[in-house]
Design a protein around this ligand. Structure first.
Ligand code: BEZ
Length: 257
């Protein structure tokens, strides 16, 4: 089983990205970029995988919602075109032989809007290669947070995560087909992800899950996070390491001609 390591210290961001991009190498292999191809990296972050794809001789463009990420990408890889764009609403005015997306689409809603834009930017027959969090990704972490909220008398039901989007194979392949793609390969798999440090789980929740505590004041949020962490300790803290229950959805699809 594959494992992934993430460091949550912002100063170590590039090292974290290095680990993420190591796993992205498999996805680049699935994309199989060829020299001379035009490829769009949708959700390129700081550009590591865009640069990897460009190293195969493809002409790469990268887009990301985060201006800070795009700034870093431009500084690191001046030979590649990067721009800030919203995946649900972008028009680059040109088409690509392939669209690549790693660890981004679970942040993007509505998914239909993103697929429509991606479809529009592909040539007929163009390929779309993606990996994202799949069905029940980090489900135990979400459940622990919901129970902590319940125990403390907050309406956990009203806080069901609306932001992350972790579709099942059936849901996402149907969406792709409805948007005019032919699905060629699907892989749904577990990838336990190691979180650095003895406070790795608390840091992960602080970094990614704060929206689940909206409207609750800071001190109470800290207590709720600690309560969730203690619920997870028996199952997610092993041999001195915290682990997150990541599940990936990896797909290769083709735009119907
Ligand atoms: C993920 O890569 O699966 C992920 C990252 C942060 C929050 C939720 C999911």
């Amino acid at each position: 089983m594959q494992e992934e390591t993430i460091s949550w210290n912002a100063r170590l961001y590039d090292e974290q990205h290095h680990f993420v991009s190591d796993f992205g190498q498999d996805l680049v292999a699935l994309l199989a970029p060829a020299a001379g191809e035009k490829i769009l990296d949708a959700g390129c972050g700081t550009g590591t995988l865009a640069s990897e794809i460009a190293s195969r001789g493809a002409t790469v463009s990268g887009i990301d919602l985060s201006p800070a990420m795009i700034e870093k990408a431009k500084a690191a890889y001046p030979g590649i075109s990067f721009q800030v764009a919203d995946l649900t609403d972008f028009d680059l005015g040109r088409t690509f032989d392939a669209v690549f997306s790693n660890a981004t689409l679970h942040w993007v809603r509505p998914p239909e809007a993103a697929l429509l834009c991606i479809h529009k930017h592909l040539v007929p027959g163009g390929r779309f290669v993606l990996e994202m969090g799949g069905y029940r990704n980090v489900a135990h972490i979400i459940e622990a947070i919901m129970h902590a909220l319940d125990d403390a008398g907050y309406s956990a039901e009203a806080r069901r995560p609306g932001s992350w989007y972790f579709p099942s194979v059936a849901q996402y392949t149907l969406l792709l087909e409805q948007q005019g793609f032919e699905v060629q390969l699907v892989h749904y798999f577990e990838r336990p992800t190691r979180l650095n440090g003895l406070d790795g789980m608390a840091k992960w929740i602080e970094m990614f899950g704060l929206y689940l505590f909206e409207g609750i004041d800071g001190a109470a949020v800290e207590e709720l996070i600690q309560a969730a962490v203690e619920k997870l300790r028996p199952t997610h803290f092993k041999d001195g390491q915290w682990w997150a229950d990541y599940r990936r959805l990896r797909i290769k699809a083709k735009k119907l001609a």
